[in-house]
Design a protein around this ligand. Sequence first.
Ligand SMILES: Cc1cc2nc3c(=O)[nH]c(=O)nc-3n(C[C@H](O)[C@H](O)[C@H](O)COP(=O)(O)OP(=O)(O)OC[C@H]3O[C@@H](n4cnc5c(N)ncnc54)[C@H](O)[C@@H]3O)c2cc1C
Length: 373
Amino acid sequence: MAEADFLVIGGGLVGCAIAYGLARAGCSVLVLDGEDRDIRASRANYGIVWVQGKGLGLPPYQRWTRLSSDTWPAFAAAIEAESDVAIDYERPGGLTFCLGADEFDERSAQVRTMREELGEAEPDTCMLDRRDLQHMLPGTLLGPRVSGAVFCWRDAHVNPLLLLKALQVAIVRNGGRILTGRPVDGLIAGNGSFTAVTGSDRHRGKQVVIAAGTAAPGIARHVGLNVPVRPQRGQILVTERLAPILPMPTVPIRQTAEGTVLIGSTQEEVGFDTGATGEAAARMAARAIEILPALRDAVVVRQWAGLRVMSPDVAPIYVQSERHPGAWAATCHSGVTLAAAHALHLAPAIAQGVLPDELSFFHPRRFDVSQAA
Ligand SMILES: Cc1cc2nc3c(=O)[nH]c(=O)nc-3n(C[C@H](O)[C@H](O)[C@H](O)COP(=O)(O)OP(=O)(O)OC[C@H]3O[C@@H](n4cnc5c(N)ncnc54)[C@H](O)[C@@H]3O)c2cc1C
């Protein structure tokens, strides 16, 4: 049994971004991914690299998200060059639409609070009233109730499926290996290495990174790690291809490079239920039409639901086991946005064996009630 420097458990966006970063840092990497029908947020998401609104009350998360956004252009260029897969990354800024005065006031207060929490840092987010918004979107007919929007110049979008494919190709071209259909059902620590059990197979690594999304808690327990994440359902609608109607990604409407329009997404606490519902479709479509009345005539061609990987305070979890040093866990609810930071900042730190101070906030000890008291 050959021993890799790192086993990475989970071949979604988080596992692949870290595996890519580790392989690039010169480590030998084996990614073990689960079954075809596993839950995969990485194949069900909206594709935005989103800074605005991330980290309310959590300035370290605001700073981490900004760092990722600023790393994204170099990251996108690197994985495109190393994989020959174009990922449709664009950074035109992004908008969150407001309907009515209350929503506008609520968003304005949130933008103000987040600015204050960030301190001296240069603001990247501002409110646009309806007139300014129309100025930014000169060819777009806005619904009468649109009162304005939040604008953040750091926001961007990408094709998330091509991103995952590019990462997988780049891992292999950097010398890494990916095995699919290998659900890890045991993880044994001993003699300075880790053995992952997948059915009758064994795979050994000097270190292990658990990045299995909503399945991470059960695997992490084998090495004494507490990773308290839960599933949160998000549903998305997709229209037929349309002529260009929006020059930038927005919440809740994003036009892809191919012309389809994504409308999303819900935030539902329904456990591991991945069903799509008519009620959510009607609600999302109604709001989208209120914002862009032109969507009234668009044909919806698909609807799906995915499960976010949600921690109690929404921020990521990064941790190394104290009982079994060399065992790491990483989860987040924003794996597209943070892909650049995971690949080019988190992975090199893991390769060095220690997380920098700015990532200490993301240790799960923050959820420990006795610590907080
Ligand atoms: C509707 C929706 C919209 C979203 N929109 C955005 C967005 O616009 N921008 C953004 O940044 N984020 C977005 N997200 C979140 C983003 O998709 C996730 O943060 C990200 O995909 C999480 O990746 P992951 O690798 O942690 O988990 P997953 O994608 O869930 O992957 C987990 C992987 O672990 C594997 N696995 C599970 N169990 C085992 C096991 N026992 N052994 C081996 N492997 C195992 C699975 O096979 C799977 O490949 C959205 C999510 C949803 C649901």
